[in-house]
Write a protein that binds this ligand. Structure first.
Ligand code: ADP
Ligand code: MG
Length: 363
């Protein structure tokens, strides 16, 4: 009957969670920009259940196609609200005392900042994950206030050339600012972004060469039991992942490129080790992984957005971005082709789909 179907569905859901572990990888493809004439794309097919097919422009037909799998793929027409609806459960879990890390990875121009922050703070409809997450943190904490009181603080740092810089204060130890509302945080973030621009020739230049990280610290006190909980949320806009041609850059640019390569591969190694449930996780290899350590691994939940440019000209960059994603998703859906866990997940997904179908028919 209906209830046993629901129970079965739920059981499968938890088994799936178990198999997937605490690491999710979502892919998002940027649309062509207004006024962009060339509309040739390497994106052959997007299936919102997590499959993406990329076509090699110099090898037409099936031979030039490659399939990649994610927990979710968002097409160029996906809205900010749609994307956030698949992030929301993680935000709720921060208020339950979990540590959560949400990162955007991809080459410059692929929409990392669009996904994390959005194009314009003044336009709520286009808010990215950051502002929506803040809004949820405050709204949910308010709604729980008769049973739990929350204190929320914010930090904002930039990691540039393996140096961590506090964007809200000038002291080296990143300051924590108590906040009461989304607009408090938005004001601070605005200040942080302005600080980020100081000394940089062009904000965009600099922002594509550094990692930026907003951290929300949430402390809750259960009024009945007196139990304390502590969760934190890291929201990370990573430096551009494009490979810099060593023959073309020297001096400062070469140093930047080396630091970025080092920290992104250290991040990849950490997530890979976690996905493999490896006993040793190499957090110490970069500033980035040290800063994020508390929200990577253990009970923490990690979500990585892999951002792609749609243009044909980005083909090789797209493939290397996807290879990174494939590696970090390790034992997950990314490896579904070959290993047993992948098969199990497939089977469970099929069962869920058929149960959903049956339930839908009953309704
Ligand atoms: P990145 O931070 O990866 O360098 P941006 O977020 O700055 O890239 O995006 C590059 C350009 O593409 C910006 O003009 C941005 O507004 C636009 N853009 C990115 N993603 C989207 C999207 N999903 N919908 C509309 N415009 C987008
Ligand atoms: Mg950016």
């Amino acid at each position: 009957n209906y209830h046993s179907l629901l129970a079965e569905n739920r059981k499968i859901f938890y088994e799936l969670q178990e198999l997937k572990g605490n690491i999710r990888v979502y892919c998002r493809v940027r649309p062509f920009l207004p006024g962009q004439r060339e509309q040739k794309t390497t994106i052959e097919q997007i299936d919102e259940n997590g499959e993406l097919i990329i076509a090699n422009p110099s090898k037409p037909g099936k031979d030039g196609q490659r399939l990649f799998k994610f927990n979710k793929v968002f097409s160029p027409s996906s809205t900010q609200a749609e994307v956030f609806s698949d992030v929301q459960p993680l935000i709720r879990s921060v208020l339950d005392g979990y540590n959560v890390c949400i990162l955007a990875y991809g080459p410059t121009g692929s929409g990392k900042t669009y996904t994390m922050t959005g194009p314009d703070a003044a336009n709520k409809d286009n808010w990215g994950v950051n502002y929506r997450a803040l809004h949820d943190l405050f709204t949910i904490s308010q709604s729980r206030r008769s049973s739990i009181t929350y204190e929320i603080g914010v930090q904002m740092v930039e990691i540039y050339n393996e140096q961590v810089r506090d964007l809200l204060l000038t002291v080296p130890d990143a300051s924590m600012h108590p906040v009461k509302s989304t607009s408090d945080v938005m004001e601070l973030m605005d200040k942080g972004l302005k600080n980020r621009a100081v000394g940089a020739t062009a904000l965009n230049e600099r922002s594509s060469r550094s990692h930026s990280c907003v951290t929300m610290h949430v402390r809750g006190l259960d009024l009945k039991t007196g139990a304390a909980l502590h969760g934190n949320l890291h929201l990370v806009d990573l430096a551009g992942s494009e490979r810099i041609d060593r023959s073309e850059v020297t001096g400062d640019r070469l140093k930047e490129a080396q630091h970025i390569n080092k920290s992104l591969s250290a991040l990849g190694d950490v997530i890979f080790a976690l996905a493999q449930k490896s006993p040793h996780v190499p957090y110490r290899n970069s500033k980035l992984t040290q800063v994020l350590q508390s929200s990577l691994g253990g009970q923490a939940k990690t979500l990585m957005f892999v951002q792609l440019n749609p243009e044909v000209i980005s083909y090789s960059e797209t493939i290397s971005t996807l290879k990174f994603a494939e590696r970090v998703s390790g034992v997950e859906l990314g490896a579904a082709k070959s290993n047993k866990e992948g098969r199990d997940i497939r089977e469970l997904l099929e069962q869920v789909a058929s149960l959903k179908n049956t339930i839908a028919k009953k309704d």
